[in-house]
Design a protein around this ligand. Structure first.
Ligand code: NAD
Length: 339
């Protein structure tokens, strides 16, 4: 049985709380939250869980592991303190705001022999896991390009821009399914609502083997879109997180075919035509379990069985490196920045 504490119970914290609360090998003992109304919410909905406005109370109550669901810019300082108190830690995405901070947290966890996991929820999503299998086993041929859209009207944050708030999901999915880091990124964004806080971002990622990806994130959009399109040399896949058929595999493409001469021989001069292929569309059945439930159970399992989390500090750090490079590119008006 793992005794657990949670810091931060705003928008996302309650989802973590509900999932950890439902696990039989973990007991949520204490939640720290600065906002009185949120403390009241916990007392009302989880009467067995104690609450406190002071997160330091979590360090002296037989607690083994702490989950941090506070705003991104607070992750590093809080996580450092948690690790100094020798607790296992699950940090919501992004791990930190800089690579240097992320490295420091990883070192601290290593020194104290504590688990450090980052809440990259989509890597626990059965549809994303299926997407990775299709790409890695060659179902779509050579991946050519990918584009991802994460759009909605709100929730508008006032502490970080849409890059740091929304793009960690798309970046973590891309690194996970491609099993590669981009060499270079470039990004442009625009702040319409609040000075200096970009609401929309267009981010290009250049991966090895000539794979390119584009991410469009926005909290200022008429529609809710959570969609990734992957175009390969053989097939194409759409992963649509808000659709019932989350994965759609299209046997579509454009193939080169050499032209035959009047005698029926293939032309030796490399002449070819481009043929459109439009075959079947397959909607594979995905057994869907709430990804956050899988993530929470995995965190506890890793502590109990002494395993490395799937989304460990290094995974979180890779995402931070891409975010930092993208932020730098935005400040340099979209110039390419090496990751
Ligand atoms: N994995 C996902 O899909 C997902 C989704 C949404 C948010 N998140 C992440 O979860 C984290 C929280 O996001 P949110 O949308 O819930 O933010 P939020 O602003 O709604 O909530 C944060 C809460 O933390 C509390 N808080 C801040 N500092 C504190 C402290 N020192 N002690 C106690 N409480 C403190 C605030 O009072 C607030 O209620 C962020 O890191 C965000 O990136 C992850």
């Amino acid at each position: 049985m793992i005794n657990l504490g949670l810091i931060g119970c705003g928008y996302w914290g309650p989802n973590l709380l509900r999932n950890f609360y439902s696990l039989s090998n973990c007991q949520v003992k204490l939640v720290a939250e600065l906002d009185d109304s949120r403390l009241e919410y916990i007392r009302k909905n989880f009467p067995s869980i104690r609450t406190t406005p002071n997160y330091k109370d979590l360090f002296s109550d037989g607690i083994d592991a702490i989950v941090i669901a506070t705003p991104a810019q607070t992750h590093y300082e809080l996580a450092k303190e948690v690790l100094h108190h020798n607790k296992h830690i699950l940090i919501e995405k992004p791990l930190s705001m800089t690579e240097q901070e992320g490295n420091e947290l990883i070192d601290l966890a290593k020194k104290g022999n504590r688990k450090l996991m980052v809440g990259h929820t989509f890597e626990y999503n059965a549809a994303v896991q299926a997407l990775k299998r299709y790409i890695q086993k060659g179902e779509i041929g050579k991946p050519y390009y990918i584009y991802s859209q994460r759009l909605n009207l709100g929730i508008v944050r006032q502490d970080i821009n849409a890059l740091w708030n929304l793009a960690p999901h798309d970046i973590s999915i891309l690194l996970y399914v491609l099993e590669k880091m981009p060499k270079m990124v470039s990004a442009k964004g625009h702040a319409f609502l609040q000075e200096g806080i970009e609401d929309i971002i267009f981010l290009m990622l250049h991966f090895p083997d000539d794979v390119i990806a584009h991410i469009h994130v926005s909290w200022l959009d008429p529609s809710k879109v959570r969609r990734m399109t992957i175009v390969g040399s053989e097939k194409m896949i759409i992963y649509d997180d808000v659709s019932d058929s989350k994965i759609q595999i299209y046997d579509k493409g454009i193939r080169k075919q050499n032209i035959k001469d009047s005698l029926g021989h293939y032309d030796d001069f490399g002449k070819f035509q481009l043929i459109k292929i439009a075959g079947d569309v397959v909607f594979p059945k995905i057994d869907f379990i709430e990804p956050l439930k899988t993530e929470c159970a995995h965190f506890i399992d890793c502590i109990l069985a002494d395993k490395t989390p799937m989304t460990d500090g290094q995974g979180g750090l890779r995402v931070v490196r891409v975010l930092e490079a993208a932020q730098k590119s935005m400040r340099q008006n979209g110039e390419n920045v090496a990751v």
